[in-house]
Design a protein around this ligand. Structure first.
Ligand code: MN
Length: 479
C-alpha cells in the first residue's frame, strides 16, 4: 500500500523531556490518522527533526521509497527552519504542511510556560511556512485540529492527489500516430510535460500495433466477446464488426502490457491496417483505468488516466469527453458533450448498448461502439493546455443533467451539462482562458482536488464556477 511519511519538527533546546513528549504526541496523532485513513494509505512516523542531519535523512528516505507517495510535516514546537533547507532540497515527493496541535483546547486554568513552549505550532509552523515559501517548494497547507473531520478529509484528499501524482510520474503514454493535422490545442511540449509531470509520451508506429492485433487468436477474441455480452447489451446483428473491435482491445492490451503503457492516443488520420476506428475497444479499456485522448491529444489522455486514479475509491464517474454542441434556449442553455465514438462507459446512466453505425469521416468500415445516456449530478470539467511558456489547468464547475428529450438518431454515447455560474459567463471564461474542447469530466472529484494537484505540480490554475463574475472575464485579457 502507498505510504505517507509523517515528519515532525522540533529542536533540542527544550531538553529530553520535551522531545519525549513530542514523540509521544506524534505517535498518538499517527495512530489516529492511520485509523481514519487505513483504506487509502498508511501513515509512517519518522524521527523528529532536531537538526539538519535528521532532516536530510528523513527526506532522502522519503524520496528513495517508491511506496512513499507524499510527506506530511508538522512543527510541534519551534524548529528553526534553516535546519530544514538541505533536507527539503532532497525531497521529491508531494508535501503537506499540517498546521495543527496535539491539544484542541487551551487549558486556561493550568497553562504555564512549559505547556506554551511545548505546544507552539502557531510559532513553529510559521517559521516553517516561511522557508517553504522562500524556497518556492510546492506544498499544501491544511490548518485545524487534526481530529476535526474537515482536516481528516483534506488529508484523505491529499492522499488521493499524492497517489495520482506518483502515478503521473510513472505514466507511459503510447501515441499511435501524431497530433491531428493542423489542430493547435491538442499539441504540446512533450519534453516539458515529462519534466513537470513525468509523462513518457512516445510515438509508436500503428503498424506495430496492427501486428499485435493480427496475432490475437480466435479464442482470445471469443473471450473478449463474452465479456462484452456480460457487461453490455448487444443491439446489433453485425457481430463481425463487434468482433473486429474485440480483437483491437485484446491487441491493445497485449501491446500495453509489453510496453508498460497506462494511456494512449490514436488519430483517425492514421489507422493504416485497421478496418475500423477503435470504438468499443477504447471505451472498454477506459473502464479499466487506461487513459485515452483522441486525435493525438496526449495531454488529455494523461489527465484522464491521472484523474481516474485520483478518483479511485470515490463515488462518481470520471473520464474523457469532448465539447460538441449547445441548446442555446435563453436562460436554459445546455451543452451536449460526446465524441465520435470514445465516450467512457463510466458516464452511463443506462446499460450501454453495442451498436454499429457508419462514421461520417475517416473512410473506414462501420465501427462498433457503446451507446448510452449520461449520469447526472454536480461535477467538474478539467483541461490542461500548453500556453508556450507554461501549462495551464482550467477547472469549471458544471451540473450534469438528464437530456430533456430522447435523441433517437444520435448513434453515440453522450452527457449533458449546465455551465456555472451561467452559460454567458461560464463558457466565455473557458474561451478566454484558452480551454480546450477536450477535457476530463468528473462527478467524483471536486475543484479542491484539482487545485491541490495544480499547486503540488506548480501548474497555473484557472477556476470557473458560481464565484466567477463578469469582472473576472476582463482579467483574462491581461498578459
Ligand atoms: Mn476531438
Amino acid at each position: 500500500m502507498e505510504k505517507l511519511y509523517f515528519i515532525p519538527g522540533s529542536q533540542d533546546l527544550y531538553g529530553e523531556e520535551c522531545l519525549k513528549q513530542v514523540a509521544k504526541d506524534c505517535e498518538e496523532m499517527v495512530r489516529f490518522l492511520n485509523e481514519k485513513l487505513k483504506d487509502i494509505t498508511e501513515v509512517v512516523l519518522m524521527p523528529t527533526v532536531v537538526d539538519t542531519k535528521a532532516c536530510i535523512e528523513n527526506c532522502r528516505k522519503a524520496s528513495a521509497d517508491d511506496d512513499c507517495v507524499g510527506v506530511i510535516t508538522w512543527m510541534h514546537t519551534f524548529s528553526p527552519a534553516k535546519m530544514w533547507i538541505k533536507g527539503l532540497q532532497e525531497l521529491r515527493k508531494p508535501l503537506l504542511h499540517l498546521h495543527t496541535q496535539a491539544n484542541e483546547k487551551l487549558p486556561y486554568d493550568t497553562i504555564d510556560m512549559d505547556f506554551m513552549n511545548l505546544n507552539q505550532a502557531a510559532h513553529g509552523d510559521r517559521e516553517y511556512g516561511f522557508i517553504l515559501a522562500r524556497m518556492g517548494i510546492p506544498h499544501e497547507v491544511v490548518a485545524g485540529f487534526y481530529k476535526n473531520d474537515k482536516v481528516v478529509k483534506k488529508l484523505r484528499d491529499f492522499a488521493g492527489v499524492a497517489k495520482a501524482i506518483a502515478f503521473s510520474k510513472n505514466l507511459k503514454i503510447a501515441m499511435f500516430g501524431n497530433n491531428m493535422r493542423e489542430v493547435a490545442v491538442t499539441d504540446g511540449d512533450r519534453v516539458e510535460s515529462q519534466i513537470r509531470y513525468g509523462w513518457e509520451a512516445n510515438y509508436y508506429g500503428v503498424g506495430d500495433l496492427v501486428d499485435c492485433i493480427n496475432s490475437v487468436s480466435d479464442s482470445e477474441t471469443d473471450a473478449m466477446m463474452e465479456e462484452y455480452k456480460s457487461k453490455y447489451t448487444m443491439a446489433t446483428d453485425q457481430v463481425d464488426a463487434v468482433r473486429e473491435q474485440a480483437r483491437y482491445e485484446v491487441g491493445l492490451k497485449k501491446f500495453f502490457e509489453k510496453n508498460g503503457i497506462g494511456a494512449f492516443i490514436d488519430t483517425f488520420q492514421d489507422l493504416h491496417g485497421l478496418k475500423q476506428l477503435p470504438g468499443i475497444a477504447v471505451q472498454d479499456l477506459m473502464t479499466q483505468g487506461i487513459g485515452f485522448g483522441p486525435e493525438g491529444d496526449y495531454k488529455i489522455s494523461a489527465m484522464s488516466a491521472i484523474l481516474m486514479k485520483m478518483a479511485e475509491g470515490k463515488e462518481g464517474a470520471t473520464g474523457f469527453i469532448e465539447d460538441y454542441t449547445y441548446d442555446l434556449t435563453d436562460g436554459e442553455e445546455l451543452e451536449l458533450a460526446s465524441h465520435m465514438l470514445e465516450v467512457p462507459p463510466a458516464f452511463a446512466a443506462t446499460k450501454p448498448e453495442i451498436q454499429v453505425h457508419p462514421l461520417g469521416i475517416g473512410g473506414k468500415e462501420d465501427p462498433a461502439r457503446l451507446v448510452f445516456d449520461g449520469v447526472t449530478g454536480d461535477g467538474i470539467q478539467v483541461t490542461l493546455v500548453d500556453m508556450g511558456t507554461h501549462f495551464r489547468i482550467i477547472c469549471a464547475d458544471i451540473e450534469l443533467v438528464k437530456q430533456p428529450k430522447p435523441m433517437p438518431k444520435l448513434p453515440v454515447a453522450r452527457i449533458m451539462y449546465r455551465h456555472k455560474p451561467n452559460f454567458e459567463i461560464g463558457t466565455a471564461a473557458w474561451c478566454y482562458a484558452g480551454g480546450a474542447h477536450h477535457s476530463v469530466v468528473s462527478t467524483a472529484l471536486t475543484r479542491a482536488d484539482i487545485a491541490m494537484f495544480a499547486r503540488l505540480t506548480n501548474t497555473e490554475l484557472i477556476t470557473i464556477g458560481d464565484d466567477t463574475t463578469e469582472t473576472d472575464l476582463q482579467k483574462f485579457f491581461m498578459k
